[in-house]
Design a protein around this ligand. Structure first.
Ligand SMILES: [Zn+2]
Length: 411
């Protein structure tokens, strides 16, 4: 486990914060630094086809040990970290044999990882926890996933007696700003199934994500100097305000829903008297409900047009991503074999859903079934982020079992 720990500590100290405002790909140079290091380490451990490509993505193969006609299994993690909290000068803090209780972070004592807010801590007494010093994020999202995949590859290359089919490894960039798979060529990956290692805690398999659309609502008015506005000026802001007020909140907003409920979430407004643009997220686990939600927006827009004569309201719906579960249904082995891998380790996997999307949602939609697996992440994107070494080791063991389960099956 110490090699896994060393890897993790090595990777998190490279600043790979994604940048929303960058015009380059990847959006920050640190992602190239980490990618280069990963490619070097993969070569050193004997992986094949190692490539750090022009976009900063890292590709590699762990060759089959039991014949090449087996399904090809890919593993993916992202090297970037969220721009919501800085990832510069990460100073990971080790807590060997966690004694229980709240954890005060040393460089900012106002930052406290509380047991009340992190009930999973109660199950991790005696384990090795890694936190930040309170001034940065940790980057366990998703360097835990990177370290786990690297350690799995290293383990398999050291143990050619473990029977498995061909394994592909892919590390992507800029996942946190929505560009994780922009440059992923599925033909080049040539995998039959893929797993993202980007999940919380341990022993969870994320089998569903939201289906997601974005509505861009354009409210048009008529601007004219207010001094001569009577009967002529039509204020788009007032109509936009009415519309926002009428989008239902109870049972239909992120602040009033959980588990399998979907929502409408207006999240930005910009504009003035002549025109206002509102962006609104549409989310639901049932893809068909996105149409119902879009219709509701259109109905409300029509009513507001009536109540604010002279305004025009246009609702444009842009497709974002689709529930992972829709595509996984076509390859039930993706989840079943992950459950089997946990079972062989004497552990029971929990099937979970994500109130958001993963790169796996898009890969699955493009035809590569890609559930998401636990990799020890907790409180991502925050200075209160932490991880547990034993949970990362659990994930590595799951992967080693999983490739053997796939190695026993047919294409
Ligand atoms: Zn992530």
């Amino acid at each position: 486990m110490s090699r896994l720990l060393d890897r993790f500590l090595r990777y998190v100290q490279i600043d790979t914060t994604a940048s929303d405002s960058a015009t380059t790909y990847p959006s920050s140079p640190g992602q190239l630094v980490l990618g280069k290091l990963l490619a070097e380490e993969l070569r050193q451990m004997g992986a094949k086809d190692v490539e750090h490509d022009d976009h900063g993505l890292v590709w590699a193969t762990v060759p089959a040990t039991n014949g090449k006609s087996k399904p090809v299994v890919a593993f993916n993690a992202h090297v970037d970290t969220s721009p919501e909290t800085t990832g510069k000068n990460v100073r990971p803090q080790m807590l060997a044999k966690y004694p229980g209780g709240d954890i005060v972070l040393p460089a900012d004592r106002t930052k406290v990882i509380r047991v009340t807010e992190n009930p999973e801590l109660a199950g991790l007494i005696g384990k090795t926890l890694i936190t930040t010093d309170g001034t940065t994020l940790l980057g366990s999202d998703d360097k835990s996933g990177v370290a786990v995949i690297m350690e799995m590859a290293n383990h398999l290359l050291e143990h050619p007696e473990i029977p498995h089919g061909p394994i592909r490894i892919l590390f992507t960039c800029d996942e946190e700003i929505g560009h994780g798979i922009d440059h992923v060529d599925l033909g080049k990956l040539a995998a039959d199934v893929c797993y993202t290692l980007d999940g919380g805690g341990h022993d969870e398999i994320d089998t569903e994500t939201f289906s997601a659309d974005l509505a861009v609502i354009t409210v048009s008015g008529v601007n004219i100097h207010p001094s001569i506005g009577k009967g002529r000026l039509v204020n788009a802001l007032r109509a936009a305000g009415t519309l926002l007020d009428r989008i239902p909140r109870a049972g239909m907003s992120p602040e009033t829903t959980d588990s399998r409920q979907g929502f409408l979430h207006p999240y930005t407004v910009e504009g003035g008297v002549a025109e206002v643009k509102i962006k609104c997220l549409l989310r639901d686990f049932d893809t068909a409900q996105l149409v119902v939600k879009a219709e509701l927006l259109r109905t409300l827009a029509g009513e507001v047009e009536q109540d604010h004569p002279g305004t025009k309201i246009q609702v444009q719906v842009i497709k974002q991503y689709r529930n992972l579960g829709d595509g996984l249904a076509k390859e039930p082995r993706a989840v079943a074999f992950a459950q089997e891998a946990h079972g062989r380790l004497g552990r029971q996997a929990r099937l979970t859903i994500i109130r958001g999307g993963t790169d796996g949602s898009q890969l699955t939609e493009r035809g590569l079934p890609t559930p998401n697996l636990s990799t020890g992440e907790h409180n991502p994107h925050s200075p209160l982020e932490w991880t547990c070494l034993e949970e990362m080791e659990d994930a590595r063991q799951v992967l080693v079992e999983l490739v053997q389960v796939w190695g026993e099956s047919r294409k």
